[in-house]
Ligand binder design. Structure first.
Ligand code: IFM
Length: 439
């Protein structure tokens, strides 16, 4: 692939991680357990039997990790806070040692001129709240808003953005729909109700944070895709329409239009959520930014077994089709459907079976992946989509949820025995790319 034409000079170049995937120190300094501690310690839940107890030891090595970011020359770092580190039970007392960790991290980032982009919830609900029903319990949304307000109060003037949720689709569908993720429930009725409570919690948190008037931008991060019919058959086209409605519009419409998409609501039938009077008014509200995580498109086949995409550009180590044009199509489609705020691509990247060889980590496939997605992003920007930044997922290899440590998404390799970090070729490439963009 050739080099890109320049992005706008104000464009933000970043890297992203999340708390449970890198921090480790799972019970240090008063941290309470989260549902991912419980889930990953339950035999059979994580493919390699691993957990987040140690992960990348970022809790202890954050200075080294911020130093690595500074070496890459990134403008920004997107990370999530572990709710149970700052509020062990998810309600009640705050844990000052937990707040100190994040405060120190912010200091370190500021010292290196790296903007902080916080995500409040990246799937690690305090176990104490799960014991009271988790996201199926409407009360959790109100506890979340209290936590959000406290983060905004303490850090709102020290960070660039705060996102309420990361990928609520996953919490609802993988956590409650097919049990792949914590808390491990497989019940579509619960899944749909949970998605409503997550959206409600987003709306409540936005209001609570706005009341504190932090100077940062507030928004949400959604994982999104286009849905393509595998063939021209009516069944495949119907499936694609359903997939887009239930996955993308389901989260976008309440936020941007104050209603659920009728097609999806009908499709959910008896699983449709209980929505209390006033909920949609709470959920709808202006965002300062929308975070979009893009990895692949949905390829919709009603046949049994389903047809698979041809995968002209191949598949990642997750088995995900590499399909950069889907990013252009998605963003242009969203622009046509909604009155959008500026977008950050808050995640994009690939898993690759990387290994250290003579001190280096060749990952040409990842460089190619990122280059192609950046070209696709530029194509969307050329069509008028307002994109403010791009965060590569991920800064470093980490705990990939139910895949454990078997899948490597980082541009920095982590040796989990020694915790040694080694820049992959993609990290060197990203550093040069950012430098050239600035030049
Ligand atoms: O690792 C995850 C991340 O936590 C959320 N978005 C997708 C990534 C890759 O699966």
């Amino acid at each position: 692939m050739t080099e890109h034409k320049p992005f706008p000079s104000s464009f933000t170049w970043g890297v992203a991680t999340s708390a449970f995937q890198i921090e480790g120190a799972s019970s240090a300094d008063g941290k309470g357990p989260s549902i991912w501690d419980t889930f990953s310690h339950t035999p059979g839940r994580v493919i390699d039997g691993s957990n987040g107890d140690i992960a990348c030891e970022h809790y202890y090595r954050y200075k080294e990790d911020v130093g690595l970011m500074a070496g890459l020359g990134v403008d920004a770092y997107r990370f999530s806070m572990a709710w149970s580190r700052v509020q062990p039970q998810g309600k009640g007392d705050w844990n000052e040692a937990g707040w100190t960790f994040y405060s120190n991290l912010l200091d370190e980032l500021a010292a290196k001129n790296i903007d902080a982009h916080i995500t409040l919830y990246h799937w690690d609900l305090p176990q104490g709240l799960q014991d009271e029903g988790g996201w199926l319990n409407r009360e959790t949304a109100y506890h979340f808003a209290e936590y959000a307000a406290e983060v905004a109060r303490r850090f709102g003037n020290r960070v660039k953005t705060i996102a309420t949720h990361n990928e609520p689709w996953c919490t609802a569908n993988l956590g409650y729909g097919n049990a792949q993720f914590a808390p491990g429930v497989a019940d579509m009725k619960q899944s749909v109700q949970v998605s409503h409570h997550l959206l409600l919690s987003h709306g409540l948190a936005m209001r609570a944070m706005r009341a504190v008037t932090p100077s940062c931008e507030l928004g949400i991060v959604l994982n999104q895709w286009t849905a393509d019919a595998a063939t021209d058959s009516q069944a495949d086209r119907d499936l694609a329409a359903w997939e887009y409605a239930r996955s993308v519009q389901w989260f976008m419409e309440p936020i941007f239009k104050g209603r659920y998409p009728e097609y999806a609501l009908q499709g959910h039938g008896p699983n449709a959520p209980v929505i209390e009077a006033g909920d949609l008014e709470i959920i709808q509200g202006p965002l300062d930014f929308l975070g979009v995580n893009y990895y692949f498109r949905a390829f919709c086949s009603a046949e049994e077994p389903p047809r698979k995409p041809e995968g002209k550009l191949g598949f990642t180590d997750m088995g995900w089709e590499i399909y950069p044009q889907g990013l252009t199509e998605l963003l242009v489609k969203l622009k046509g459907e909604y009155d959008l705020p500026p977008i950050y691509i808050t995640e994009n990247g690939m898993a690759n079976p990387d290994a250290v060889t003579n001190g280096s980590v060749p990952d040409a496939a990842r460089i190619d992946y990122v280059q192609r997605h950046l070209a696709a992003l530029q194509a969307a920007m050329d069509e008028g989509v307002d994109v403010a930044g791009y965060f590569l997922w991920s800064l470093m290899d980490n705990f990939e949820w139910n895949s454990g440590y078997a899948k490597r998404f980082g541009i920095i390799h982590v040796d989990y025995e020694t915790q040694e970090r080694t820049l992959k070729d993609s990290a060197h490439w990203y550093r040069e790319f950012i430098k050239n963009q600035r030049a």
